[in-house]
Design a binder for this molecule. Sequence first.
Ligand SMILES: [Mg+2]
Length: 270
Amino acid sequence: MTTTSKPNAAFDAVASRRRCVQYRRRILGVSQKTPLHVAPAFSCLEMIDAVYFGLKQPEDTFILSKGHGAAAQYAVLEAAGVLSKEDVDGMCQNGSHLGAHPDLGIPGIEASTGSLGHGLPVAIGMALADRDHGLQRTIYLVISDGELHEGSVWESILLAPSKGLNNLVVFVDLNDMQTMGFTSESHPNFHPVRDKVEAFGWEVAEVDGHDAAAVVDAVKKRKGAAPLLVLGKTVKGKGVSYMENVAIWHYRSPSPEEYQQALRELGEVA
Ligand SMILES: [Mg+2]
């Protein structure tokens, strides 16, 4: 299991915002060497940062169920001191052990993901095993809103409260997009998500998914009598104007000119 750099410290929102600029610049830099899922990584960075720097204790587990956002997790794991600069520099390139999706065997990766809809069932299996073995930990996940269309996710949403698995915390990267377009257009009855999940017995919170401090707060204020699902409102491609809410950036790297524009828009790490 991975550790955070300061698991018990108060969450520093200013430092988090600084890290999130650095993550985006870092991912864009690597994208100049190899194609990456840049925009899906940019929408979930603050939530992953909140987990590693504000919530996760050493015994806890994090699963990036939307595995195509792996670049985001790798960047955060580098900041947390789990992955090296060389690891992240080489991701998704020949000879690297960091692929386009998280794999067991990579330091800090606690579940192999990429086939959408698997992360929550895996987490439920872990939580049931913990119960059998008298272990206690919180299992954090980030899933995508496109992933919420998978039947296996809804089976899991039904099952977790039924089994009393209150140690699950699921963050939904609610950017209203999936690979080819808008979720609200492909599935008009998808919203409101909150009502549906609450009807299955979950505690639900809604936050700005790009406000890491709010994400941390939402979890710390939970009642704890049910598993928690946090709807994090996000923007796919967050921080780069030409990527935001544009489907083609699901899997695409910027040209050299676009790269320079993105750096200007993100600004330096203050
Ligand atoms: Mg999405």
